[in-house]
Ligand binder design. Structure first.
Ligand code: HEM
Length: 125
């Protein structure tokens, strides 16, 4: 696995789909951020589109072929004024999903580094 792309190490398209389902399910239960996400349960089509965008974002960003058609990170999170505690809570949900899917430790670190690198694009917009 040492030379495998991050996309491959995340289990390709199927693996990433599973991860996104788990990450979103974790957000819905996470007391720090669930109020931001639960309203989308009332609009399942919108939620499905957001999940598709999340999958494509992860695929495109990890070396897969998907084309991301969602908005930029600052544009998506504009007006939410997300704080550092909420950001950490979201990253915790991502790491918990990786752990649950038994993604190896190096790959977990790689994802954490990418998530951290996006912080400035997501916080306080
Ligand atoms: C590593 C951190 C994060 C990444 C990579 C990320 C990525 C994304 C992506 C790709 C979308 C879909 C955009 C679209 O459909 O155009 C999205 C939507 C969203 N994100 Fe984030 N996000 C992160 C952190 C957060 C945090 C910390 C919160 C709030 C606590 C948050 C709240 C939301 C909400 C509410 C939406 C749906 C927006 C809407 O379409 O109405 N995100 N995010």
């Amino acid at each position: 696995m040492e030379n495998a792309s991050l996309y491959e190490r995340l289990g390709g398209s199927n693996g990433i789909n599973t991860l996104v389902e788990k990450i979103v399910a974790n957000h819905m239960e996470n007391p720090t951020i669930r109020a931001r996400f639960r309203p989308y349960l009332d609009t399942p089509e919108k939620l499905a589109t957001t999940k598709q965008h999340l999958c494509a974002f992860l695929e495109a960003g990890s070396g897969g072929n998907a084309e991301y058609r969602g908005r930029s990170m600052p544009e998506t999170h504009r007006g939410m004024n997300i704080n550092a505690t909420e950001y950490l809570a979201a990253v915790d949900d991502i790491m918990a999903a990786l752990e649950e899917e038994q993604i190896d430790a190096q790959t977990q670190k790689d994802v954490l580094a990418i998530a951290y690198s996006l912080k400035g694009e997501i916080l306080h917009h």
